[in-house]
Design a protein around this ligand. Structure first.
Ligand code: KG4
Ligand code: ZN
Length: 335
């Protein structure tokens, strides 16, 4: 029976392919090759390097999928948002597979994919709030019972994950910064550095991390950056960044009275953030949904899962379509 969907993800610095059974969401194949090690010495993703590494990694993974080709019913691929030179690798491969195997092609928005990481092996049950925290985005969304998305808040400058990456870069700690900062913050013994929480006195439901990043920069310049100071700065930064997320989130909770709330995106792996959102959900008697830690960061399984619904709705694209758009201004539409 032809009921498998093959999905490709290459929007940033992870090359990943997954195959899912569209009828019961069983994961048939999953692989990911991360480029973290190659980018770490630059303190961030180098687009040209990312593109070259995708062109090596994706064919290597695809080779292992060949035995499933005769059971495929569609090809899916992340087409937006992301680094265009990275997206193009996955999209080109998906188009070739679609033509070569004569299968319909499905284009999936990466952020919608992240939301499906909450429902990898089950039917999606929306009518929920979502905090999306990744390297490229920070937003709070409401998804109604039909899967219609509306945006409640977003960052006006850096994203939550990006601010961890930049703080790690300023202290020469490597890339990606999120897990490194979280680990250093755990080692702190005395927290005598304090950063102010962004937009604390503003009524606006919005996020901003660039001022906090600047506070960190000034603190680094004050005196020698010993290991002890790195830990203290990491701790104080993480504390203020999460306090900022939580401060605005509580205002949103009061207003929207969510039944369910999910946290998605690479930075949703932050255990401090998870605990604080869990406590907020308890306070407002709201069910908390979390993605498995392994699937918080970019992966093709969430893209494959999102493609199951798109397949049922016959949302197919043509190989002649441009497909790639690096930026998405407003996240809208149906999940
Ligand atoms: O979703 P993702 O894998 O890629 C994008 O779509 O951007 O998210 C990657 C981001 C990076 O900025 C990384 O530093 C951040 O997620 N991240 C974290 C943690 N783990 C990953 N940020 C804070 N705490 C973490 N534990
Ligand atoms: Zn992502």
């Amino acid at each position: 029976m032809k009921n498998l969907i093959l999905a490709i993800e290459s929007s940033c610095d992870d090359s990943s392919i997954a195959i899912i059974n569209k009828d019961n969401f069983e994961c048939i194949f999953y692989a990911k090759i991360s480029q973290d090690e190659e980018h770490t010495k630059y303190g961030g993703v180098v687009p040209e390097l990312a593109a070259r590494l995708h062109s090596q990694a994706l064919p290597k993974i695809l080779e292992k999928c060949q035995k499933y080709f005769n059971r495929l019913c569609a090809i899916a691929v992340t087409n937006e948002p992301g680094l265009s030179v990275s997206l193009v690798g996955g999209v080109a491969m998906a188009k070739i597979l679609s033509v070569g195997l004569n299968l319909p092609l499905i284009a999936i928005n990466h952020l919608k994919g992240h939301i499906y990481s909450l429902f990898l092996d089950k039917k999606a049950n929306f009518d929920m709030g979502v905090l999306l925290v990744s390297g490229g985005h920070t937003m709070v969304l409401f998804v109604d019972e039909l899967g219609c998305i509306s945006e409640l808040a977003r960052t006006g400058d850096d994203s939550f994950g990006e601010s961890f990456d930049k703080v790690a870069k300023m202290m020469n700690l490597g890339y990606p910064g999120g897990a490194i900062i979280e680990r250093l913050a755990k080692e702190v013994k005395c927290d005598d550095i304090e950063f102010s929480i962004p937009l604390l006195h503003s009524k606006e439901l919005a996020y901003s991390f660039s001022g906090l990043k600047n506070q960190v920069r000034l603190e680094i310049l004050k005196q020698e950056l010993t290991q002890d100071r790195k830990c203290k700065i990491a701790f104080a930064f993480q504390k203020a960044a999460i306090a900022h997320i939580m401060h605005k989130l509580e205002k949103i909770f009061k207003e929207y009275k969510f039944k369910r709330f999910g946290i998605v995106g690479g930075a949703s792996a932050n255990l401090n953030l998870r605990t604080q959102v869990e406590n907020l959900c308890k306070k407002y008697q709201c069910e908390l949904l979390l993605a498995p830690l392994e699937y918080c960061s970019d992966n093709a399984l969430m893209i494959a899962r999102a493609a199951c619904e798109a397949y049922e709705r016959k949302e197919f694209v043509s190989i002649e379509d441009e497909l790639i758009s690096p930026k998405v201004k407003n996240l809208q539409g149906i999940l």
